[in-house]
Design a protein around this ligand. Structure first.
Ligand code: PEP
Ligand code: MN
Length: 350
């Protein structure tokens, strides 16, 4: 249920309604829009009568939300949410590009990549210190040492860092270093992890599970929002289908579908979405054309030597091309996108 306050309702009027909701044993989430204030009610609403709330002073309307996700829905909040990660805004006019290696491997590898992606126009640095690998014999990440290297790279370049937290017991340590916590595709359904992140004052990049429906994806976001963390960015990273020429099938349909149903920003990961470095630039262009708020892309100075995901890592040159080719598409859509801070590149024909 959402309560729409009359325009001109004061802070005291809103507080009064919130108190009444809490007296009824429910939780209230206030969303202050530019036009109106909306209060979302979370909890078991079965025994509540609409009149108990609609007759309160300065209440304009009480509307049931029919979707299973409430706080993530457009019904609850009409304006797009903009998530701030340090000085970077995701979900606004700017297309945000997050780039970096799949895994943090060494100081040399990370700093070289960080400097390259920063110069090319990336806004945030990605890199996994705790890696979810299919094989227990594959490189599992450097753990806290990797987090320390990410912090060094941030100091060196000024780029905020996005890194994955694999389990609840690591949340504290990862949050100490990261500017944005990544919940990986395998963990999208891990409600315990989602709950433990939901009470943090830290933005979250929530990746879609390979087999998650749109409803399930938004319900996972709902866990974060209901727990009090409203700084959620969704990420489409490809789903499992019958195709075998790509690692996953990048479901770009979900971008405009999410935009209709939710106010949350959504970015696209064409690296995991394709698994092929030669498809990343075209699918990045397509993602931005579909309305994505940004991209997360794997870049490695020497993909052939990467400890993980070398096949889907762009070289620095390719990454500069990606930035150059995405920009005109963003502009056509009335959006801004990153520009290189050094040595401009000319766009190659597609
Ligand atoms: C990653 O970003 O390196 C990663 C493991 O992604 P996903 O969870 O989408 O597989
Ligand atoms: Mn990867």
């Amino acid at each position: 249920m959402i309560i729409v306050m009359k325009s001109g309702a004061t802070g005291d009027d809103v507080r009064h309604v919130v108190e009444r909701i809490e007296e009824l044993g429910l939780k209230a989430h206030v969303s202050q829009g530019t036009e109106r204030t909306v209060i979302g009610i979370i909890g078991d609403e079965r025994f509540i009568k609409k009149e108990q709330l609609s007759l309160l002073p300065h209440v304009d309307d009480v509307i049931p939300i029919l979707k299973p996700y409430k706080l993530a829905s457009r019904e609850f909040k009409q304006e797009n949410t903009i998530v701030k990660v340090r000085d970077v805004s995701i979900g606004g006019e700017e297309i945000v590009v997050i780039a970096g290696p799949c895994s943090v491997e060494s100081e040399e590898q990370l700093l070289e990549t960080a400097e390259v992606v920063k110069a090319a126009g990336a806004s945030l640095l990605r890199g996994g210190a705790f890696k979810p690998r299919t094989s227990p014999y594959a490189f599992q990440g450097l753990g806290e040492d990797g987090l320390k290297l990410l912090a060094t790279a941030r100091e060196r370049t000024g780029l905020g860092i996005v890194t994955e937290v694999l389990e609840s017991s690591d949340v504290e340590i990862v949050a100490e270093y990261a500017d944005m916590l990544q919940v990986g595709a395998r963990n999208m359904h891990n409600t315990k992890l989602l709950r433990s992140i939901s009470s943090l004052d830290k933005p979250v990049l929530l990746k879609r599970n390979f087999s998650a429906t749109l409803n399930e994806f938004l319900m996972s976001a709902e866990y974060l929002l209901a727990g009090g963390n409203s700084r959620v960015v969704l990420c489409e990273r490809g789903i499992r289908t019958f195709v075998e020429y790509t690692r996953n099938t990048l479901d770009l349909n979900i971008v405009p579908a999410v935009k209709q149903l939710s106010h949350l920003p959504i970015i696209v990961d064409p690296s995991h979405g394709t698994g092929r470095h030669d498809l990343i630039i075209p699918m990045s262009r397509a993602a931005i054309a579909a309305g994505a708020d940004g991209l997360i892309v794997e870049v490695h100075p020497h993909p052939e030597k990467a400890f993980s995901d070398g096949d889907q890592s762009l070289t620095p040159d390719d990454f500069r091309q990606l930035i150059a080719q995405v920009r005109p598409i963003a502009e056509v859509l009335g959006r801004k996108s990153a520009e290189p801070t050094s040595s401009p590149v000319r766009s190659k024909p597609a």
